[in-house]
Design a protein around this ligand. Structure first.
Ligand code: HEC
Ligand SMILES: [Cu+2]
Length: 358
């Protein structure tokens, strides 16, 4: 019988491994918008330093241990004519003491910076901070600035060089808050509030992402951090505090949008107030992004689409097609089927209204 052994040439294996390493490595490239290797703030930088200490310690251990192993494998191979078993050794005090002390030292090298960093990052520095309450929802983010009475969604504006202290919680399942260039992950757990803080050193746009699998649209649960000078941030806050730029469109109430969405201001009373009462008492019904100043945002649907007339039209007509599984598609879809569908004129009016909410 002929046995065909599968022989893969060494060169092919090496080439394939190199390609794999290159592909994986490219994910770590600092210019990647979600790379942790290009920190833009103190918290992320300290976390990167800690990562490097642990990584290089582990790399050192790996090289020494694997090196010794490979050396032993080749050096002590069974030679032609050798007796079945080489001399066996039991107990070697100096050796055993050495390999107890070395790992203990390695643990110290890892533990000291880890514990120092954990404590250093636990509390925000004294002094002025910006407080934000972030609530995760399947599959979007609510950002509330309690000190200035502003609520927005999916785009977190912050001033640079000032600690941002976050209270993190969730309305439904466990999510995780992560801005790779600014701060590591913190879980957002229903009925519980976690805290973290971070700082951005330079103005710019930073990308955030839910980092804990939370259901159908988890991968599309993104957000943006817009780091600005203090003056720009103050101007943004003032704009958010202003009443809505346009009176509420008839269609917005008629087509049930207010069942879930809040637009602050005189038109917002009634149904909406009762809903918010429930929400404040911890019984959210259909929480949805606050749309008061929707047209000051760059994106919609948790960073999925740029805000444009076309994208808004697509979104309002069939949110479930744009972002499969999302709650507006699921619930509003059912609502519209049961009541009445949106005509093209309704959609056009809604788009125009939303785009006017500067
Ligand atoms: C059943 C509750 C519900 C109803 C009714 C509803 N929405 Fe929504 N809406 C949501 C939810 C939830 C989201 C967030 C979806 C996501 O990003 O996953 C959303 C997102 C949006 C967004 C994007 C907001 C942003 O900043 O990303 C717009 C715009 C919007 N809805 C408009 C409307 C309009 C117009 C109507 C009425 C025709 C409507 N919605 C009815 C729940 C609802
Ligand atoms: Cu999530």
């Amino acid at each position: 019988m002929v046995v065909h052994s599968l022989r893969i040439p060494w060169r092919l294996i090496i080439l394939a491994s190199l390609m794999l390493v290159t592909v994986l490595w490219s994910g770590c490239y600092p210019s990647n918008p979600q790379s942790t290797f290009d920190p833009a703030g103190r918290i992320a930088r300290e976390q990167l330093t800690l990562f490097q200490i642990i990584f290089w310690t582990a790399a050192f251990v790996f090289v020494v241990v694997e090196g010794a192993l490979i050396y032993a494998v080749f050096r002590f191979r069974k030679k032609a004519g050798q007796q079945p078993l080489p001399k066996q050794t039991h107990g070697n005090t100096p050796l055993e003491v050495t390999w107890t002390i070395i790992p203990a030292l390695i643990l110290v090298v890892i533990a000291v910076p880890t514990i120092t960093t954990i404590f250093a990052q636990a509390d925000a520095p004294e002094g002025e901070v910006v407080r934000v309450k972030a609530v995760a929802h399947q599959w979007w983010w609510e950002f509330n600035y309690p000190e200035v009475g502003v609520t927005t969604a999916n785009e977190l504006h912050i001033p640079i060089n000032k600690p941002i202290t976050l209270q993190l919680t969730s309305q439904d399942v466990i999510h995780s808050f992560w801005i790779p260039k600014l701060a590591g992950k913190t879980d957002m757990i229903p009925t519980r509030t976690n805290a973290m803080w971070f700082e951005a050193e330079e103005p710019g746009l930073f990308y955030g992402q839910c980092a804990e699998f939370c259901g159908t649209a988890h991968a599309l649960m993104r957000f943006r951090v817009i780091a600005q000078s203090q003056a720009e941030f103050d101007a943004w806050v003032a704009a958010q505090q202003a009443p809505p730029a346009a009176p509420m469109a008839r269609e917005f109430g008629l087509k049930g949008c207010t069942v879930c969405h809040t637009v602050n201001g005189p038109d917002a009373e009634g149904v909406q107030e009762r809903r918010m009462d429930g929400f404040r008492q911890g019984q959210p019904q259909f929480p949805a992004p606050n749309l008061t100043h929707f047209a000051t945002r760059d994106t919609l649907a948790a960073g999925l689409l740029e805000r444009s007339d076309d994208n808004l039209r697509r979104w309002i007509q069939d949110p479930g097609e744009v972002k499969p599984g999302n709650r507006m598609g699921e619930l509003a879809g059912a609502y519209h089927n049961a009541n009445q569908s949106l005509s093209d004129a309704d959609v056009a009016a809604l788009v125009a209204y939303l785009q006017s909410l500067k």
